[in-house]
Design a protein around this ligand. Sequence first.
Ligand SMILES: [Zn+2]
Length: 242
Amino acid sequence: MSERYLKEILQKSFNIVCLLGRAPAAEQGCDFYTDDFSFHVEEKYGRTPGEICSSTFYNNRPQEFYSFYRDNILRRRGEPDEVNFTLKRMEDDGRLKGIITRGFFDLSHRAGCRDVIHLYGNIDSNTCPHCGKVFGADYILTHTPLPYCDRCGMLIHPGIALSGEMLDSQVMTKAIERITSAEVLLVLGCSLQSTLGSMAHYFNGEKICLVNRVSDYSDQAADCVCIGDIGKILRTAYPPRE
Ligand SMILES: [Zn+2]
């Protein structure tokens, strides 16, 4: 029933914005977001992933940071899945007007989506702090132990946001503008009370559609709720054309 309703909503609107949570990425092997991963990191490094991905750690021990970044993030970046490929189809059809995510594995871009707002940066936008040149994950993987800019020789800053650093306020402003101007808000892989999902309070369009693995008491604020395999539900609601 709710999948049919989701299909109806998605096939009617040409102004959909997606809040993409981390659940789909975690299912694709980007295990940075799981408890198991935190446990493994603490055992191996004696610190939490959050402590390592901080400006203090990065500034004091850049070589250790980059070794961690390569082994635990870049080499575990997963592959785009059904969720991202469906979003790409919706974007190509002119329905989807943007994806907003806190995830940094860049799966949507890698699936071909063009309009993605990364609130916490992403692994393919490692940037030279001096000249601004951007380097993809592969450059970082192959330039060891420390990756320097091939144009000016400065140490490249990782593309993901480090705790203790200022977030780019323009990125947040752009995300909020996108949400407020949307007709349909598609929330995938997070609940409405999560940090990302709670951005739904900026929305004043027609319908909030939520697709998640597990249900939550906050789901009742959505107009259409589908619980289960996110990729499968999305594909059923927005099937590829024959
Ligand atoms: Zn440079």
